[in-house]
Design a protein around this ligand. Structure first.
Ligand code: BTX
Length: 231
């Protein structure tokens, strides 16, 4: 993938900005901002994006829209952290965690055949008070600041590689997600809009959904807007 990077000092949300570039911008356009004033997670949740973090969105144009693309972002983040000696795991469907703290989130949105993949990664930024204990940053883990340009460079390399793998064979991406999640076999609560589900995760199926054992019945949970809590 040939990336074309647009750098902003401040923006509401890089996903919104990137969306505004459709349909003129080519695949591989990357929007990076030093700070977001209205960074978003899923379902309108807010994403803290102070200075020092990596807040970016990439425009992709896959031959067909496939929700498993979100895994490509999560794997790229996990590999980037690995390059810095940080061992991360992927929390289905869209988060990257180190131990019991979230370090990164991926938000994919769709517009006119494009996928807008937003990635937020806590690098050198402060963790806001309300997230203390539940979020962490590369700086907190390593005890030193890291060069954000190096992080971006690595992340785009890994993203290009995982995207290529995904286009060739999306099952390989799912297989890798299975290896990198600690969730399989765990008792969890799946938070949904209507009712929560409590059960044990059997596996992640080839289509990327979660297979849950609820009182002996296998229930399939499609990604989308569910969150998983380890019970
Ligand atoms: P999510 O909905 O899975 O997670 C959102 C939740 O994560 C919040 O409710 C809060 O509890 C927690 N959270 C908020 N900020 C942070 C943070 N900095 N570090 C750790 N935890 C946090 C996850 O959504 C997807 C987030 C994507 C963010 C990127 S940044 C670039 C792009 N632009 C944009 O507006 N969003 C994406």
């Amino acid at each position: 993938m040939k990336w074309k990077i647009l750098r902003l000092s401040e923006v509401d949300s890089t996903n919104e900005y990137a969306k505004g570039l459709i349909p003129d911008a080519p695949e591989g356009t990357v929007v990076v901002a030093k700070r977001q004033t209205a960074g978003r997670g899923r379902k309108g949740r807010s994403w803290a994006s102070p200075k020092g973090g990596l807040w970016m969105s990439v425009l992709l144009k896959p031959p067909k829209i496939d929700p498993r693309l979100v895994f490509v972002g999560a794997l790229a983040v996990a590999d980037t952290l690995g390059d810095f000696g940080i061992e991360a795991w992927i929390k289905w469907p869209n988060d990257v965690w180190v131990g019991n703290r979230k370090i990164s989130g991926v938000l994919t949105e769709v517009k006119r055949g494009y996928v807008i993949m937003g990635i937020g990664l806590n690098v050198n930024n402060e963790i806001p008070e309300e997230l203390e204990g539940s979020a962490t940053s590369m700086r907190d883990i390593l005890g030193r600041s890291v060069g954000i340009e190096e992080v971006l460079k690595r992340l785009l390399e890994h993203l290009g590689r995982w995207y290529k793998t995904f286009l060739e064979n999306p099952y390989l991406v799912v297989e890798e997600i299975r290896k990198r999640t600690i969730l399989i076999g765990k008792e969890v609560r799946v938070l949904r809009d209507d009712n929560d589900l409590v059960g044990r995760i059997i596996n992640i199926s080839d289509d990327g959904s979660l297979l849950l054992d609820v009182d002996g019945q296998t229930v399939k949970v499609v990604y989308g807007d569910v969150s998983v809590r380890i019970n």
